[in-house]
Design a protein around this ligand. Structure first.
Ligand SMILES: O=C(CO)[C@H](O)[C@H](O)COP(=O)(O)O
Length: 155
C-alpha cells in the first residue's frame, strides 16, 4: 500500500520510526513532514496527509502529534476523511473494519514504539467489513454533507 505520514514536532521521531517500520512491511511511504524537531503547527501536516489520501497519492494516512488529538481533529475537518485516534491494536482493527477509517492518528508521547507498531500493523492488516457498517458510514457521510451545506448557507 501507499501510506502518507505526517506529524508535528512532537510526533516527528515516532513518525520516522513508523515510516521505516512500514517500509519494512513492504509499503510505499510518502513522508509529508515535519522533517525536524523544530516547533511547527499540526494542522499543516494533518491537511497535507488528508489531501494525499483524498487525491489518491496514498491509500491510507498516518498522523501524529503529542496526544494525537489536535492532528486527528484537524484531519477530520477535511470532508472525506475518517481519522481514528487509536491507543490499542484492537481499536485500530475496529477502526478499519467498522468505520472504514482512512487515516490513523497516534499520540506520540502517550505510547511507546512497540505499541505504535502493533497499532499500525493492525490498522494496515484489516479492511472495511461493510454490511451493517455501510449504513452507519453512509449516515456519517450525511452528517458531513449537512455540515458543509449549513456552513455554505451561513450569512
Ligand atoms: O498534541 C498536540 C495537539 O493535540 C501538539 O503536539 C501539541 O499541542 C504541541 O504543543 P507544544 O507546542 O507545546 O509542543
Amino acid at each position: 500500500m501507499k501510506l502518507a505520514f505526517g506529524a508535528d514536532h512532537a510526533g516527528f521521531e515516532l513518525k520516522n520510526h513508523l515510516a521505516d517500520f512500514a517500509r519494512g512491511l513492504g509499503h510505499e511511504v510518502l513522508d509529508l513532514g515535519t522533517h525536524s524537531s523544530e516547533s511547527v503547527d499540526y494542522p499543516d501536516f494533518a491537511e497535507a496527509v488528508a489531501r494525499a489520501v483524498l487525491d489518491g497519492r496514498a491509500d491510507l494516512g498516518v498522523v501524529l502529534c503529542s496526544n494525537g488529538v489536535g492532528i486527528s481533529i484537524t484531519a477530520n475537518k477535511v470532508p472525506g476523511i475518517r481519522c481514528a485516534l487509536c491507543h490499542t491494536s484492537w481499536g485500530a482493527a475496529r477502526a478499519r473494519q467498522h468505520v472504514d477509517a482512512n487515516v490513523l492518528a497516534l499520540g506520540a508521547w502517550e505510547i511507546g514504539r512497540g505499541v505504535a507498531e502493533d497499532i499500525l500493523r493492525a490498522f494496515l492488516a484489516n479492511e472495511f467489513e461493510g454490511g451493517r457498517h455501510e449504513r452507519r458510514v453512509a449516515k456519517l457521510r450525511d452528517v458531513e454533507r449537512r455540515g458543509i451545506a449549513a456552513e455554505a448557507s451561513r450569512p
